[in-house]
Design a protein around this ligand. Structure first.
Ligand SMILES: Cc1cc2nc3c(=O)[nH]c(=O)nc-3n(C[C@H](O)[C@H](O)[C@H](O)COP(=O)(O)OP(=O)(O)OC[C@H]3O[C@@H](n4cnc5c(N)ncnc54)[C@H](O)[C@@H]3O)c2cc1C
Length: 402
């Protein structure tokens, strides 16, 4: 093996493969090698989106797309003008992979299998002569004169240009720190909230379609569907908060209160709707006549939490009970005691400081010919295919730049 390469990419994940393929396709005369520590690459792609790989999101306006990135919103605006959702769809389509859109905007391969994406990447790598070297954990890299020296467990390589696509890997972040880069402290993002509360006990699987969730004593607020789980709450309303609040919630050691408006009405409007129900449904049991399209079991738990017994009729609801029920529906407080992994997608906030990257090229501002793509930089997004879009965009721009 000739150990000098024109270009080395460290990390055989989404960003690493996408960069390698695009570079090799544009530059057939260059030697392009990808060093992956594992026996296989693309492990996260494989398990992504519950095994279906949520490749991107059907959002086609750069200024709207960036709002899904708690870290990277400002910096990704320019890059998205170069390569974003439509380009991702085209890229895969040209290579025989058709994507489909789901109701919530998430895009998956039509096959509903992440293996389709993996097969595409492996075939394209082969076609364009990317050398993929597995079992090569990089232990150090440095710049000597105008070349990089890259050392793996049992090999040594040199190259003219080096691309770091190692995701959230603390060893590589430490090496980058050694070269002078600032690494923003990593904290988890995209997690669900652990809540032990009688109002959500025994109703896992129940979904409230459109709620507002606020973290008490903060500016953190989100809207969307909310899912009751066996251990707490999940779904976009919660996951968005976990992403936008990643730093704040870590500081609070994942111990905080949230306030939920289950119906998105003000407490006063809610009260007057309940008063109308009192008149119109006078002879009916309150627990059996859910209002505001709330799921029956959630409605029942909120009614009981308002000191209204199982057999209370609407006509018997007193002022205090109406008041309490409207508070439960619009300003219910829940205590969060911890976080759990959201199995369909999770990421780490933190990584290479964005101030030290030139977003026209994704090149380091400190070390020339050193590039970054994917989660290694301090960019992360809410759930829905946006994290992969960051990997595709960064990797594509690197391929243009080198
Ligand atoms: C369970 C799960 C599901 C997800 N689902 C989705 C989804 O559906 N949609 C979405 O947009 N996002 C999803 N994400 C997030 C997405 O997977 C990541 O944002 C994306 O994989 C980042 O790509 P990357 O190439 O930067 O890093 P990675 O995919 O993590 O790849 C980094 C690669 O570098 C290798 N590596 C690390 N250190 C070294 C070293 N020292 N030497 C050599 N190689 C090294 C690793 O082995 C790995 O192969 C999911 C994440 C998880 C955990």
């Amino acid at each position: 093996m000739d150990n000098h390469k024109d270009i080395i990419i460290i990390g055989g994940g989404a960003a690493g493969f996408f960069a390698a393929i695009n570079i090799a396709e544009r530059n057939p005369n260059l030697t392009v090698s990808l060093l992956e520590r594992g026996k296989e690459g693309l492990q996260k792609v494989k398990i992504s989106g519950g095994g279906r790989c949520n490749v991107t999101h059907a959002e086609f306006v750069p200024s709207d797309l960036v709002t899904n990135y708690p870290r990277g919103e400002k910096e990704l605006l320019g890059p998205f003008h170069t390569f974003m959702t439509g380009d991702t769809i085209d890229w895969f389509e040209k290579r025989g992979v058709e994507l489909k859109v789901e109701e919530d905007g998430r895009m998956f391969p039509v096959s509903d299998s992440s293996q389709t994406i993996i097969n595409c990447f492996l075939e394209e790598s082969k076609k364009h002569g990317v050398e993929i070297l597995y079992g090569q954990p990089v232990t150090s890299f440095s710049k000597v004169d105008e070349m990089f020296l890259v050392i793996t467990k049992d090999n040594q390589f040199s190259c003219n240009k080096l691309i770091i696509a190692t995701g959230s890997n603390s060893k590589i972040w430490n090496l980058l720190k050694g070269l002078g880069h600032t690494i923003i402290k990593p904290v988890p993002s995209l997690f669900t909230f652990d809540i032990c509360d009688v109002r959500i006990k025994d109703i896992p699987g129940v979904v409230a379609e459109d709620v507002e969730v606020k973290v008490v004593d903060s500016n953190l607020v989100s809207h969307g569907p909310l899912l009751i789980t066996h251990v707490g709450m999940s779904a976009p309303a919660i996951l968005k908060l976990s992403a936008f609040g990643a730093l704040e919630l870590a500081k609070r050691n994942y111990n905080f209160d949230i306030q939920i408006n289950f119906i998105r009405y003000e407490a006063e409007s809610c009260k007057s709707i309940l008063k109308t129900a009192k008149l119109q449904l006078a002879k009916k049991n309150v627990v059996n006549t859910p209002q505001f399209d709330l799921p029956k079991r959630l409605w029942k738990n909120l009614v009981v939490a308002s000191d209204v017994s199982d057999n209370t009729k609407w006509a018997d609801m007193n002022k205090k009970q109406l008041e309490k029920l409207s508070i439960q529906l619009t300003e219910a407080i829940f205590h969060v005691t911890g976080k759990s992994t959201f199995k369909e997608e999770f990421v780490t906030a933190g990584g290479v400081d964005l101030k030290e990257i030139n977003f026209k090229t994704f090149e380091s501002k400190l070390i020339s010919n050193l590039y970054f793509a994917g989660e290694v930089i301090n960019v992360d997004a809410v759930t829905g295919g946006f994290n992969f879009q960051n990997a595709w965009t960064g990797a594509y721009i690197v391929s243009q730049s080198v």
